[in-house]
Design a protein around this ligand. Structure first.
Ligand SMILES: [Zn+2]
Length: 82
């Protein structure tokens, strides 16, 4: 699925939606609705996202504040403990 999404959406969907200039390249085949929330593994539930937008979405879904910096795994762990 990742290959298909990246082939069909080489540019991050969220960058295009926000008008980011220049839009970043897709790095992740993202589940629009998280699998944990019942999202299905079908093409229509995937979107191409760049790393920053993927990280921001993941952080949002995890209830973690995201203020523009990339959150690495260690930072997320730290925030969850705080
Ligand atoms: Zn993006």
């Amino acid at each position: 699925m990742r290959k298909l999404v990246m082939a069909e959406e080489p540019i991050c969907r969220q960058c295009l939606a926000e008008g980011v200039v220049p839009p970043r390249a897709t790095a992740v085949a993202d589940h629009i609705v998280n699998q944990a929330e019942g999202g299905k593994t079908v093409r229509s539930n995937y979107q191409g996202l760049c790393w920053p937008h993927s990280k921001a979405k993941t952080a949002k879904e995890s209830g973690i504040r995201y203020d523009g910096d990339l959150l690495d795994a260690a930072a997320v762990k730290h925030l969850k403990q705080a």
